[in-house]
Design a protein around this ligand. Sequence first.
Ligand SMILES: Nc1ncnc2c1ncn2[C@@H]1O[C@H](COP(=O)(O)OP(=O)(O)OP(=O)(O)O)[C@@H](O)[C@H]1O
Ligand SMILES: C[C@@](O)(CCO)CC(=O)[O-]
Ligand SMILES: [Mg+2]
Length: 355
Amino acid sequence: MEVTARAPGKIILAGEHAVVHGSAAVAASIDLYTTITLRIPSDSDASDGLLKIKLEDMGLEFSWPVEKIKDVLPDLGNPLSSQPQSCSHESLKSIASLVEEQNIPEAKIELASGLYAFLWMYTSIHGYKPATAIVTSTLPLGSGLGSSASFCVSVSAALLALTSAVSLDLGHKGWLSFREDNLELVNKWAYEGEKIIHGKPSGIDNTVSTFGNMIMFKSGNLTRMKSSMPLRMLITNTKVGRNTKALVAGVSERTLRHPEAMNAVFIAVDYISKELSSIIQSPAADPLSLTEKEEKLEELMEMNQGLLQCMGVSHASIETVLRTTLKHKLSSKLTGAGGGGCVLTLLPTCILLFL
Ligand SMILES: Nc1ncnc2c1ncn2[C@@H]1O[C@H](COP(=O)(O)OP(=O)(O)OP(=O)(O)O)[C@@H](O)[C@H]1O
Ligand SMILES: C[C@@](O)(CCO)CC(=O)[O-]
Ligand SMILES: [Mg+2]
């Protein structure tokens, strides 16, 4: 049995970090993907008894004898793909011991959490069957474009597609697609993977990667959005590496130190996300002209960036991009967890006409 699945990355237009603390946020999927091909030999005699994952872009390959996985994680013999399971602290320790012995190159050590998520999702859904997974991605890793979520969603989709828990419909552009209720299941499993990589994710990244398009997300609930205006964003990658788990933890620590001030910041972000969402969706007959809408969006992005600075997640490299775009009268904000990574700049339609 073999399947190839892919899932997109995302940009966050407003509300990152605050969304972890219950505020609304707005996100859109982008045309960059993580793709996984999963092969599970149906005849166990034809297999080499290994679970392998190849990260092709990086030229890395990791493998474990399934008997070894069984020894270390003995409770996963009866996988229940229809009931997403959280990885306990003990299971995570066991998985970490499996990954440690792979001697990941020091410069790539951040990949360990992705491998933990893969091992947890694979064994929880397929138990101890030998298999080979080949992963490629057009997304930059650890840059705010949701590489971890797109990895988890593509893994979850491929794993579930090879079970009887889901059924696939004729999709578009040559891909089969999941039914709506099956997408929920894909999303729930991906969230379990994101928890392993991020610590305390809000769920926005895996949700927009699973459902696509543009969404508003608040306290675990998704509202699909329909944009009524052209919205073009320039994405600048500062190429400064960072780790979402550490940045999310940093904001939580600041919230513990200054609960009232930080809650006020989160409330302000909630209003910004809601206003941004209503502008983007306001009907074309709205009395505001396109230019007026774009000016409001620019101002909201600047306000959101200011509040992200309050949360302590901006970075000198982000500030450089902000200053550079401002010289051209363009508004920007960081996107994703910040601390480096990518910056969004709204490209108003007048600029595009000028170009
Ligand atoms: N293609 C991939 N193969 C293996 N692991 C991956 C892959 N993509 C992402 N990961 C895992 O996700 C980690 C990056 O996740 P992280 O959440 O820090 O950044 P991000 O998701 O790109 O940004 P953000 O969460 O801000 O949108 C990587 O270090 C790795 O562990
Ligand atoms: C920083 C954060 O808000 C978005 C990361 O893309 C984390 C999360 O919501 O899980
Ligand atoms: Mg991430």
